[in-house]
Design a binder for this molecule. Structure first.
Ligand code: BGC
Length: 429
Protein backbone atom coordinates (compact mmCIF):
# COMPACT_ATOMS: atom_id res chain seq x y z
CA UNK A 1 0.00 0.00 0.00
CA UNK A 2 1.32 3.42 -0.87
CA UNK A 3 0.12 6.61 0.76
CA UNK A 4 1.08 10.03 -0.56
CA UNK A 5 3.74 12.01 1.21
CA UNK A 6 2.23 14.20 3.88
CA UNK A 7 -0.60 11.73 4.62
CA UNK A 8 -1.40 12.23 8.31
CA UNK A 9 -1.33 9.29 10.72
CA UNK A 10 -2.95 9.95 14.07
CA UNK A 11 -4.94 8.76 17.04
CA UNK A 12 -8.08 10.21 18.63
CA UNK A 13 -9.46 10.55 22.15
CA UNK A 14 -12.06 12.69 23.92
CA UNK A 15 -12.08 14.66 27.15
CA UNK A 16 -14.70 12.90 29.28
CA UNK A 17 -13.49 9.49 28.17
CA UNK A 18 -9.90 9.96 29.40
CA UNK A 19 -9.35 13.05 31.56
CA UNK A 20 -10.88 12.19 34.92
CA UNK A 21 -10.21 14.97 37.50
CA UNK A 22 -13.83 16.04 37.10
CA UNK A 23 -13.78 18.17 40.22
CA UNK A 24 -10.32 19.65 39.73
CA UNK A 25 -8.94 22.74 38.10
CA UNK A 26 -12.18 24.71 38.45
CA UNK A 27 -14.07 22.45 36.03
CA UNK A 28 -17.84 22.80 36.06
CA UNK A 29 -20.30 19.91 35.90
CA UNK A 30 -21.03 18.28 32.56
CA UNK A 31 -24.11 16.31 31.52
CA UNK A 32 -22.00 13.14 31.71
CA UNK A 33 -21.22 13.80 35.38
CA UNK A 34 -24.92 14.14 36.10
CA UNK A 35 -25.96 11.17 33.95
CA UNK A 36 -23.40 8.76 35.39
CA UNK A 37 -24.36 9.60 38.97
CA UNK A 38 -27.72 7.96 38.29
CA UNK A 39 -28.63 4.29 38.17
CA UNK A 40 -25.34 2.82 39.38
CA UNK A 41 -23.51 3.63 36.16
CA UNK A 42 -19.74 3.65 35.74
CA UNK A 43 -18.40 7.21 35.76
CA UNK A 44 -15.58 9.15 34.13
CA UNK A 45 -14.55 10.54 37.54
CA UNK A 46 -11.09 9.06 37.15
CA UNK A 47 -11.15 7.51 33.65
CA UNK A 48 -7.50 7.35 32.45
CA UNK A 49 -6.45 10.18 34.77
CA UNK A 50 -5.08 11.84 31.66
CA UNK A 51 -5.51 15.26 33.28
CA UNK A 52 -2.55 14.36 35.51
CA UNK A 53 -0.79 11.93 33.18
CA UNK A 54 -0.95 13.82 29.91
CA UNK A 55 2.85 14.09 29.70
CA UNK A 56 3.22 10.31 29.89
CA UNK A 57 0.49 9.95 27.26
CA UNK A 58 2.21 12.41 24.93
CA UNK A 59 5.35 10.31 25.41
CA UNK A 60 3.42 7.25 24.23
CA UNK A 61 2.26 9.19 21.18
CA UNK A 62 5.85 10.15 20.40
CA UNK A 63 6.87 6.47 20.66
CA UNK A 64 4.07 5.63 18.28
CA UNK A 65 5.41 8.18 15.83
CA UNK A 66 2.08 9.80 14.96
CA UNK A 67 1.87 13.03 13.01
CA UNK A 68 -1.22 14.34 14.76
CA UNK A 69 -3.27 13.85 17.92
CA UNK A 70 -7.00 14.49 18.01
CA UNK A 71 -8.34 15.35 21.47
CA UNK A 72 -11.34 17.27 22.72
CA UNK A 73 -11.70 20.19 25.07
CA UNK A 74 -14.08 19.79 27.96
CA UNK A 75 -16.42 22.77 27.61
CA UNK A 76 -17.10 22.98 31.39
CA UNK A 77 -13.34 23.23 32.05
CA UNK A 78 -13.34 26.45 30.01
CA UNK A 79 -16.78 27.77 30.94
CA UNK A 80 -17.97 26.03 34.12
CA UNK A 81 -21.47 27.47 33.62
CA UNK A 82 -21.41 27.17 29.83
CA UNK A 83 -21.56 30.90 29.29
CA UNK A 84 -20.26 34.26 30.32
CA UNK A 85 -17.80 36.85 29.04
CA UNK A 86 -14.10 36.28 28.41
CA UNK A 87 -13.38 37.60 31.92
CA UNK A 88 -15.24 34.61 33.42
CA UNK A 89 -13.20 31.97 31.59
CA UNK A 90 -11.68 29.37 33.90
CA UNK A 91 -8.00 30.07 33.36
CA UNK A 92 -6.94 26.82 35.00
CA UNK A 93 -8.86 24.94 32.36
CA UNK A 94 -7.26 26.93 29.57
CA UNK A 95 -3.85 26.33 31.16
CA UNK A 96 -4.33 22.54 31.00
CA UNK A 97 -4.95 22.58 27.24
CA UNK A 98 -2.13 25.10 26.82
CA UNK A 99 0.26 22.65 28.45
CA UNK A 100 -1.08 19.74 26.42
CA UNK A 101 -0.78 21.61 23.12
CA UNK A 102 2.75 22.76 23.91
CA UNK A 103 3.80 19.25 24.95
CA UNK A 104 2.51 17.93 21.61
CA UNK A 105 4.27 20.60 19.60
CA UNK A 106 7.52 19.92 21.44
CA UNK A 107 7.34 16.32 20.25
CA UNK A 108 6.49 17.33 16.69
CA UNK A 109 2.85 16.18 16.95
CA UNK A 110 0.15 18.37 15.41
CA UNK A 111 -2.68 19.20 17.85
CA UNK A 112 -6.12 18.51 16.33
CA UNK A 113 -8.77 19.96 18.62
CA UNK A 114 -12.44 18.97 18.85
CA UNK A 115 -14.53 21.60 20.61
CA UNK A 116 -17.45 19.36 21.55
CA UNK A 117 -17.34 15.63 22.16
CA UNK A 118 -20.62 15.36 24.08
CA UNK A 119 -19.72 16.78 27.53
CA UNK A 120 -22.08 19.75 27.55
CA UNK A 121 -22.01 21.98 30.64
CA UNK A 122 -24.90 20.87 32.86
CA UNK A 123 -25.94 24.52 33.28
CA UNK A 124 -26.83 24.60 29.57
CA UNK A 125 -28.71 21.30 29.78
CA UNK A 126 -30.74 22.87 32.58
CA UNK A 127 -31.94 25.32 29.93
CA UNK A 128 -32.78 22.63 27.39
CA UNK A 129 -29.35 21.66 26.09
CA UNK A 130 -29.23 21.25 22.32
CA UNK A 131 -33.04 21.30 22.17
CA UNK A 132 -32.68 25.01 22.95
CA UNK A 133 -31.58 27.13 19.99
CA UNK A 134 -29.67 29.39 22.34
CA UNK A 135 -27.09 26.62 22.91
CA UNK A 136 -25.88 27.14 19.32
CA UNK A 137 -24.99 30.73 20.20
CA UNK A 138 -23.36 29.69 23.48
CA UNK A 139 -21.29 27.18 21.51
CA UNK A 140 -20.06 29.89 19.14
CA UNK A 141 -18.99 32.04 22.10
CA UNK A 142 -17.13 29.10 23.57
CA UNK A 143 -15.48 28.43 20.18
CA UNK A 144 -14.36 32.04 20.09
CA UNK A 145 -12.79 31.77 23.56
CA UNK A 146 -10.93 28.55 22.77
CA UNK A 147 -9.91 30.02 19.41
CA UNK A 148 -8.49 33.08 21.17
CA UNK A 149 -6.47 30.87 23.54
CA UNK A 150 -5.16 28.22 21.13
CA UNK A 151 -5.80 29.55 17.62
CA UNK A 152 -2.10 30.17 17.09
CA UNK A 153 -1.05 26.54 17.75
CA UNK A 154 -3.85 24.11 16.88
CA UNK A 155 -3.31 22.72 13.38
CA UNK A 156 -6.83 21.48 12.65
CA UNK A 157 -10.09 22.46 14.32
CA UNK A 158 -13.09 20.17 14.63
CA UNK A 159 -16.30 21.78 15.80
CA UNK A 160 -18.54 18.86 16.78
CA UNK A 161 -18.03 15.15 17.19
CA UNK A 162 -20.78 13.03 15.66
CA UNK A 163 -23.87 15.21 16.01
CA UNK A 164 -25.91 12.22 14.75
CA UNK A 165 -24.82 9.94 17.59
CA UNK A 166 -25.23 12.69 20.18
CA UNK A 167 -28.74 13.43 18.91
CA UNK A 168 -29.69 9.77 18.70
CA UNK A 169 -28.29 8.27 21.89
CA UNK A 170 -28.55 11.48 23.93
CA UNK A 171 -31.96 12.78 22.84
CA UNK A 172 -33.82 10.06 20.86
CA UNK A 173 -33.17 6.84 22.82
CA UNK A 174 -31.70 8.11 26.09
CA UNK A 175 -28.79 5.64 26.30
CA UNK A 176 -26.34 8.53 26.62
CA UNK A 177 -26.41 11.81 28.51
CA UNK A 178 -28.54 13.84 28.78
CA UNK A 179 -30.81 10.78 28.66
CA UNK A 180 -33.88 11.99 26.73
CA UNK A 181 -35.95 9.42 24.83
CA UNK A 182 -37.82 11.62 22.36
CA UNK A 183 -37.50 9.55 19.15
CA UNK A 184 -38.11 11.97 16.25
CA UNK A 185 -38.62 14.73 18.80
CA UNK A 186 -34.81 14.73 19.00
CA UNK A 187 -34.39 16.33 15.57
CA UNK A 188 -34.14 19.90 16.89
CA UNK A 189 -30.95 18.75 18.65
CA UNK A 190 -29.53 18.03 15.20
CA UNK A 191 -30.48 21.41 13.80
CA UNK A 192 -29.15 23.34 16.77
CA UNK A 193 -25.86 21.42 16.76
CA UNK A 194 -25.43 22.12 13.04
CA UNK A 195 -26.33 25.77 13.56
CA UNK A 196 -23.79 25.89 16.39
CA UNK A 197 -21.25 24.30 14.08
CA UNK A 198 -21.76 27.00 11.43
CA UNK A 199 -21.61 29.83 13.97
CA UNK A 200 -18.46 28.30 15.47
CA UNK A 201 -16.82 28.06 12.04
CA UNK A 202 -17.47 31.78 11.60
CA UNK A 203 -16.12 32.60 15.06
CA UNK A 204 -13.00 30.50 14.58
CA UNK A 205 -12.17 32.09 11.21
CA UNK A 206 -11.50 35.34 13.08
CA UNK A 207 -9.15 33.54 15.49
CA UNK A 208 -7.10 31.18 13.35
CA UNK A 209 -5.79 30.52 9.88
CA UNK A 210 -5.79 26.74 10.51
CA UNK A 211 -8.34 24.60 8.66
CA UNK A 212 -11.72 23.78 10.22
CA UNK A 213 -13.96 20.74 9.92
CA UNK A 214 -16.60 18.64 11.69
CA UNK A 215 -16.34 14.93 12.56
CA UNK A 216 -19.44 13.08 11.41
CA UNK A 217 -20.35 9.48 12.07
CA UNK A 218 -21.19 7.72 8.82
CA UNK A 219 -22.83 4.36 8.41
CA UNK A 220 -23.84 3.01 5.01
CA UNK A 221 -27.49 1.87 5.25
CA UNK A 222 -27.61 -1.62 3.76
CA UNK A 223 -31.11 -2.88 2.95
CA UNK A 224 -31.65 -6.42 4.25
CA UNK A 225 -34.35 -7.90 2.09
CA UNK A 226 -35.12 -6.74 -1.38
CA UNK A 227 -38.68 -5.44 -1.18
CA UNK A 228 -39.50 -1.86 -2.15
CA UNK A 229 -40.41 -1.29 1.48
CA UNK A 230 -36.95 -2.47 2.60
CA UNK A 231 -35.27 -0.16 0.10
CA UNK A 232 -37.43 2.74 1.19
CA UNK A 233 -36.62 2.05 4.86
CA UNK A 234 -32.89 2.02 4.07
CA UNK A 235 -33.21 5.30 2.15
CA UNK A 236 -34.98 6.88 5.13
CA UNK A 237 -32.31 5.67 7.51
CA UNK A 238 -29.59 6.95 5.17
CA UNK A 239 -31.29 10.36 5.11
CA UNK A 240 -31.39 10.46 8.90
CA UNK A 241 -27.94 9.10 9.73
CA UNK A 242 -25.82 10.39 6.87
CA UNK A 243 -27.50 12.98 4.63
CA UNK A 244 -29.01 15.01 7.45
CA UNK A 245 -25.50 15.89 8.66
CA UNK A 246 -23.87 16.34 5.25
CA UNK A 247 -26.40 17.84 2.80
CA UNK A 248 -26.84 21.10 4.73
CA UNK A 249 -23.08 21.46 5.39
CA UNK A 250 -22.43 21.25 1.67
CA UNK A 251 -25.14 23.70 0.74
CA UNK A 252 -28.00 21.37 -0.16
CA UNK A 253 -30.39 22.02 2.68
CA UNK A 254 -31.87 19.23 4.79
CA UNK A 255 -33.36 15.99 3.52
CA UNK A 256 -37.17 16.19 3.50
CA UNK A 257 -37.75 14.31 6.74
CA UNK A 258 -36.11 17.10 8.77
CA UNK A 259 -38.23 20.06 7.79
CA UNK A 260 -41.41 19.31 9.69
CA UNK A 261 -39.47 18.57 12.88
CA UNK A 262 -37.25 21.63 13.19
CA UNK A 263 -37.65 25.36 13.56
CA UNK A 264 -35.69 26.54 10.54
CA UNK A 265 -35.25 30.30 10.43
CA UNK A 266 -34.13 32.61 7.65
CA UNK A 267 -30.40 32.45 7.15
CA UNK A 268 -29.88 29.21 9.14
CA UNK A 269 -28.98 27.16 6.09
CA UNK A 270 -26.41 29.75 5.03
CA UNK A 271 -24.80 29.66 8.46
CA UNK A 272 -24.70 25.85 8.46
CA UNK A 273 -23.13 25.87 4.99
CA UNK A 274 -20.27 28.15 6.09
CA UNK A 275 -17.36 26.71 4.11
CA UNK A 276 -15.34 23.98 5.79
CA UNK A 277 -11.87 22.95 4.68
CA UNK A 278 -12.21 19.21 5.23
CA UNK A 279 -14.84 16.64 6.10
CA UNK A 280 -14.13 14.44 9.12
CA UNK A 281 -15.39 10.88 8.71
CA UNK A 282 -15.80 8.54 11.68
CA UNK A 283 -16.59 5.01 10.53
CA UNK A 284 -17.24 1.84 12.51
CA UNK A 285 -19.68 -0.31 10.51
CA UNK A 286 -22.59 -0.32 8.06
CA UNK A 287 -26.17 -0.64 9.37
CA UNK A 288 -28.58 -3.35 8.24
CA UNK A 289 -32.05 -1.89 7.59
CA UNK A 290 -35.44 -3.50 6.92
CA UNK A 291 -38.99 -2.28 6.54
CA UNK A 292 -40.62 -1.84 9.96
CA UNK A 293 -43.41 -4.05 11.18
CA UNK A 294 -46.87 -2.49 10.87
CA UNK A 295 -47.50 -0.06 13.73
CA UNK A 296 -43.81 0.22 14.71
CA UNK A 297 -42.81 3.65 16.09
CA UNK A 298 -40.01 4.23 13.55
CA UNK A 299 -40.03 4.09 9.73
CA UNK A 300 -37.19 1.54 9.66
CA UNK A 301 -36.04 -1.51 11.55
CA UNK A 302 -32.32 -1.91 12.30
CA UNK A 303 -31.09 -5.50 12.02
CA UNK A 304 -27.78 -7.34 12.40
CA UNK A 305 -25.67 -7.91 9.30
CA UNK A 306 -25.05 -11.64 9.06
CA UNK A 307 -21.89 -13.25 7.80
CA UNK A 308 -19.25 -10.93 9.23
CA UNK A 309 -16.90 -11.33 12.17
CA UNK A 310 -17.86 -9.08 15.08
CA UNK A 311 -15.94 -7.01 17.64
CA UNK A 312 -16.50 -7.29 21.40
CA UNK A 313 -19.23 -4.69 20.89
CA UNK A 314 -21.01 -7.08 18.52
CA UNK A 315 -20.37 -4.67 15.64
CA UNK A 316 -19.71 -6.31 12.26
CA UNK A 317 -16.23 -5.91 10.82
CA UNK A 318 -16.76 -4.61 7.28
CA UNK A 319 -13.75 -2.82 5.82
CA UNK A 320 -15.38 -2.66 2.38
CA UNK A 321 -18.10 -0.56 3.96
CA UNK A 322 -15.53 2.18 4.49
CA UNK A 323 -14.40 2.10 0.87
CA UNK A 324 -18.02 2.14 -0.33
CA UNK A 325 -18.84 4.99 2.02
CA UNK A 326 -15.94 7.14 0.79
CA UNK A 327 -16.61 6.41 -2.87
CA UNK A 328 -20.32 7.05 -2.23
CA UNK A 329 -19.58 10.47 -0.72
CA UNK A 330 -17.63 11.41 -3.84
CA UNK A 331 -20.38 10.11 -6.10
CA UNK A 332 -23.10 11.94 -4.18
CA UNK A 333 -21.36 15.27 -3.60
CA UNK A 334 -18.80 15.48 -6.41
CA UNK A 335 -16.92 18.77 -6.47
CA UNK A 336 -18.75 19.99 -3.37
CA UNK A 337 -16.99 17.32 -1.28
CA UNK A 338 -13.99 18.72 0.59
CA UNK A 339 -10.91 16.55 1.19
CA UNK A 340 -11.51 13.98 3.91
CA UNK A 341 -9.84 12.99 7.14
CA UNK A 342 -10.80 9.68 8.71
CA UNK A 343 -11.17 11.17 12.17
CA UNK A 344 -12.06 7.86 13.89
CA UNK A 345 -11.68 4.19 13.01
CA UNK A 346 -11.22 1.38 15.48
CA UNK A 347 -12.67 -1.56 17.37
CA UNK A 348 -13.22 -3.05 20.82
CA UNK A 349 -11.25 -6.18 21.71
CA UNK A 350 -9.82 -7.48 24.98
CA UNK A 351 -6.18 -8.20 25.62
CA UNK A 352 -2.72 -6.79 25.21
CA UNK A 353 -2.14 -9.31 22.44
CA UNK A 354 -4.73 -8.06 20.00
CA UNK A 355 -4.30 -9.61 16.56
CA UNK A 356 -7.98 -8.89 15.78
CA UNK A 357 -7.35 -5.16 16.18
CA UNK A 358 -4.34 -5.41 13.89
CA UNK A 359 -6.50 -7.19 11.30
CA UNK A 360 -9.26 -4.63 11.73
CA UNK A 361 -6.95 -1.66 11.25
CA UNK A 362 -5.10 -3.31 8.39
CA UNK A 363 -8.37 -3.96 6.56
CA UNK A 364 -9.72 -0.46 7.13
CA UNK A 365 -6.50 1.27 6.13
CA UNK A 366 -6.48 -0.83 2.95
CA UNK A 367 -10.07 0.26 2.34
CA UNK A 368 -9.03 3.91 2.63
CA UNK A 369 -6.22 3.22 0.20
CA UNK A 370 -8.64 1.61 -2.25
CA UNK A 371 -10.96 4.62 -2.03
CA UNK A 372 -8.02 6.92 -2.74
CA UNK A 373 -7.13 4.86 -5.77
CA UNK A 374 -10.75 5.31 -6.87
CA UNK A 375 -10.27 9.09 -6.69
CA UNK A 376 -11.35 10.08 -3.17
CA UNK A 377 -9.10 12.74 -1.63
CA UNK A 378 -8.26 11.40 1.86
CA UNK A 379 -5.60 13.27 3.81
CA UNK A 380 -5.24 11.28 7.00
CA UNK A 381 -6.35 8.45 9.27
CA UNK A 382 -6.89 8.62 13.04
CA UNK A 383 -7.25 5.43 15.08
CA UNK A 384 -9.88 5.38 17.78
CA UNK A 385 -8.31 5.24 20.29
CA UNK A 386 -4.93 5.83 21.90
CA UNK A 387 -6.02 4.42 25.28
CA UNK A 388 -8.61 2.03 26.63
CA UNK A 389 -11.05 4.49 28.14
CA UNK A 390 -14.53 5.27 29.48
CA UNK A 391 -16.69 3.84 26.73
CA UNK A 392 -19.88 5.81 27.47
CA UNK A 393 -22.87 3.53 28.19
CA UNK A 394 -20.51 0.54 28.31
CA UNK A 395 -18.34 1.99 31.07
CA UNK A 396 -14.92 0.32 31.11
CA UNK A 397 -16.04 -2.98 29.59
CA UNK A 398 -15.13 -2.21 25.96
CA UNK A 399 -11.49 -1.60 25.15
CA UNK A 400 -10.66 0.43 22.03
CA UNK A 401 -7.05 1.38 22.89
CA UNK A 402 -3.76 0.76 21.15
CA UNK A 403 -2.55 1.05 24.74
CA UNK A 404 -4.01 -1.10 27.51
CA UNK A 405 -4.95 0.77 30.68
CA UNK A 406 -5.20 -0.99 34.04
CA UNK A 407 -7.93 1.08 35.64
CA UNK A 408 -6.84 0.13 39.18
CA UNK A 409 -3.24 1.22 38.83
CA UNK A 410 -3.39 3.47 35.71
CA UNK A 411 -0.47 1.50 34.29
CA UNK A 412 -0.31 1.85 30.50
CA UNK A 413 0.86 -1.11 28.40
CA UNK A 414 1.22 -0.78 24.63
CA UNK A 415 -0.56 -3.61 22.81
CA UNK A 416 0.50 -5.62 19.78
CA UNK A 417 -1.54 -3.20 17.66
CA UNK A 418 0.54 -0.29 18.99
CA UNK A 419 3.76 -1.82 17.63
CA UNK A 420 2.00 -2.71 14.39
CA UNK A 421 0.71 0.85 13.86
CA UNK A 422 4.12 2.32 14.76
CA UNK A 423 5.77 0.09 12.15
CA UNK A 424 3.17 0.97 9.54
CA UNK A 425 3.75 4.68 10.12
CA UNK A 426 7.54 4.26 9.90
CA UNK A 427 7.30 2.19 6.74
CA UNK A 428 5.07 4.76 5.06
CA UNK A 429 7.72 7.50 5.40
C1 BGC B 1 -17.34 8.13 19.47
C2 BGC B 1 -16.35 7.72 20.53
C3 BGC B 1 -16.63 6.30 20.97
C4 BGC B 1 -16.51 5.39 19.78
C5 BGC B 1 -16.74 3.92 20.08
C6 BGC B 1 -17.62 7.07 18.45
O1 BGC B 1 -18.96 7.10 18.10
O2 BGC B 1 -16.96 9.35 18.88
O3 BGC B 1 -16.44 8.62 21.59
O4 BGC B 1 -15.80 5.89 22.02
O5 BGC B 1 -17.46 5.76 18.82
O6 BGC B 1 -18.03 3.69 20.53
Amino acid sequence: MRFPEGFTWGVSTSSYQIEGAVKEGGRGTSIWDTFTQQGGRATGDEACDHYHRYAEDVGLMADLGIDAYRFSVSWPRIQPEGKGPASSVNQEGVAFYDRLVDALLERGIDPVLTLFHWDLPQALEDQGGWLNRDTAHRFAEYADLVGAALGDRVKLWITLNEPFIHMTLGYATGEHAPGHALLFGALPAAHHQLLGHGLAVQALRARTTSPITIANNYSPAWPQGGTDADLAAAATYHALHNRMFTDPLLGRGYPKLAYEAIDLRDGDLDVIASPIDFLGVNYYNPTGVQAPLPGAPLPFDLVALDGYPTTDFGWPVVPDGLRDLLVGLLTDYGDALPPIYITESGCAYEGVEDPQRVAYLDGHIAAVNAAMTAGVDVRGYFVWSLLDNFEWAEGYTKRFGLVHVDFDTQVRTPKTSFAWYRDLIRASR
